[in-house]
Write a protein that binds this ligand. Structure first.
Ligand code: ADP
Ligand code: MG
Length: 352
């Protein structure tokens, strides 16, 4: 056993502290993509295009047609704790956006080279020659800026992710794994937001494309290339007191799969992975599906913003809920009652 000696207390430099903190938000390329997609959704985008190169380590690019960032706010957007989404702590009680920490762009820019090109919607009528503006930061430092033509919206390009965090780079898995994480993430968001046109281009190949029709069942068919209409049931339940609205779609027993990756849950529009909610869903289907099988399930849980705490984890994938017992019971019941109606099948279909 190594002998440990007391070393003096010291305050970490801002650079070191920020690089450590960035690790909590930016775990891998897919977490960068998640933050950038959420920003695009918060900006009211109708179309979101994602491009990856070299497993997302060489390049991640997210292009949206949202309301854009004003020239004067571009640099600020990349600072820590700067956000246009809340101003007081109490604002969390009526949060309507996915973002609120003002940490994502700053964290990503700390551990990569980031270029943000944007044009705010306010300039839409102006006949300037180059109405877009861009800045490039590397390791959190501004290194260049300029102007360029662009339609309203924002393009964020992330190059050389983790170039200054060698320990994190070492933990990256192969391109197949990292690209796979991004593809799964995109599938989840495409299902959660069927009215948005999503596309994912990985090393010049289109891996996913949705039409933004607004139809969840059609989006499922687009993603999985299966004639699913007959095999999907819609869910829509709300309680009289307004504590919850549960809606989405559930595949019938024929579509039961061996993995849990086809179960996606959104709480107030945010994709979450919360143990107690996943268990609530599982109690709903366990006795109705073969052992070890899981359904295709896309479910939204909307609750009043004051009754959810998303400020549990920097990645915001966890939440706490008031009225937890009621909601848990309602989730279990919603899943069970739909599955009970669907016929059991001896011939399950495996997804591609
Ligand atoms: P947060 O989303 O928590 O506010 P971010 O660091 O993700 O923090 O973004 C900082 C700010 O930059 C946002 O509050 C928003 O004003 C602006 N922003 C970031 N991405 C976009 C985008 N794609 N379109 C418009 N504004 C954006
Ligand atoms: Mg954000």
């Amino acid at each position: 056993h190594m002998s440990l000696q007391r070393t003096p207390m010291r305050e970490l430099s801002q650079d070191v502290a920020e690089r450590i903190a960035a690790g909590e938000v930016v775990e891998r390329p897919a977490s960068v993509v998640k933050e950038l997609i959420e920003n695009a959704l918060d900006a009211g985008a109708h179309e979101i295009r994602i491009e990856l190169r070299g497993a997302g380590l060489r390049m991640i690019r997210v292009i949206d047609d949202g309301y854009g960032i004003l020239e004067g706010e571009l640099e600020e957007a990349c600072l820590h704790h700067t956000t246009s989404k809340i101003s007081a702590f109490e604002d969390l009680d009526h949060l309507r956006t996915l973002g609120f920490r003002g940490e994502a762009l700053a964290s990503i820019a700390k551990v990569a080279e980031v270029t943000i090109l944007s044009r705010a919607i306010e300039t839409a009528g102006q006949e300037e020659e180059q109405p877009g503006h861009w800045i490039t930061l590397r390791g959190g430092e501004l290194i260049q800026r300029g102007r360029r033509a662009r339609l309203p919206g924002t393009t964020v390009t992330v190059n050389d992710l983790f170039y200054n965090v060698p320990a994190r780079l070492k933990f990256m898995r192969g391109a197949r794994t990292e690209n796979g994480h991004v593809l799964q993430l995109l599938q989840r968001y495409a299902l959660g937001y069927p009215a948005i046109r999503f596309s994912l281009l990985v090393d010049e190949r289109t891996l996913l494309q949705t039409s933004g029709s607004g139809e969840l069942v059609l989006t499922l068919a687009e993603l999985y290339r299966l004639p699913l209409t007959e095999m999907i049931e819609e869910i829509d339940v709300r309680d009289a007191e307004g504590h919850y609205h549960i809606y989405g779609a559930l595949g019938n027993r024929v579509l039961a799969q061996s993995g849990r990756q086809y179960i996606t849950l959104f709480v107030n529009g945010r994709w979450v992975q919360v143990r107690f909610l996943q268990e609530a869903l599982e109690r709903g289907y366990r006795t109705l599906l073969p052992r070890g099988k899981h359904p295709l399930l896309v479910l939204h849980l909307d609750v009043p913003p004051a009754e959810v705490d998303a400020n549990v984890h920097p990645g915001k994938i966890e939440v706490r809920l008031a009225e937890e017992d009621k909601i848990v019971a309602a989730l279990t019941q919603a899943v069970r009652s739909v599955l009970e109606r669907s016929p059991a099948s001896p011939e399950p279909i495996d997804f591609p």
